[in-house]
Ligand binder design. Sequence first.
Ligand code: SF4
Length: 212
Amino acid sequence: MTFSENCRVCPRLSGFLDQVRAEHPEYHALPVSSFGVPGSNFLIVGLAPGMHGANRTGRPFTGDYAGNLLYGTLHKYGFATSAEPLDAEGNANPVLSLRGCRITNAVRCLPPQNKPEPAEVRACNGYLAEELAALPDGAAVMALGLIAHQAVLMAMGLRKSEHVFAHAARHALPGGLTLFDSYHCSRYNTQTKRLTTAMFEQVVGDVTRHVA
Ligand code: SF4
């Protein structure tokens, strides 16, 4: 299943994007492509584009709170050339690139209330499967939150009961891949201290040592 920004497989999400595009003509308001080189050693899987983040800028995790912690941490560990997701005009930073890393989402269209339905996660899962199939032996996958974790398992035909989500847990996957779990770096999780910067850096540090 090859990704296209013209995908309209999910009627609820495509209709919602039509509405958002009419209200915000300057927004991307289409399915969001992954960012980074396909087949990198490190694949990050988020949930879905945020309304004023990736849905606006067209780049995953770019323009909202979650991206500040994500790109800041990726820069600290050498996976990003800049810690700043945005340029001075508020667009996706053109000088930010990823090194040995790629970012995607379990669902590539903005869902209402940030909540995709299970059928939408399933519909988009072929795109994630394609990302996972491109990874080299020894690569790391980092799932941001439970839905991303379950989407990775679904894409690989694995049972949830054998791979239970927990922050900082790791799971061996077929093809020599390793899944690292983290709580999602959302504003809610960081403001409630469910996820601290130190906790997030611990997981990215684990990945760094794994792929070194
Ligand atoms: S969520 Fe995925 S499968 Fe559904 S319309 Fe968007 S890109 Fe297509």
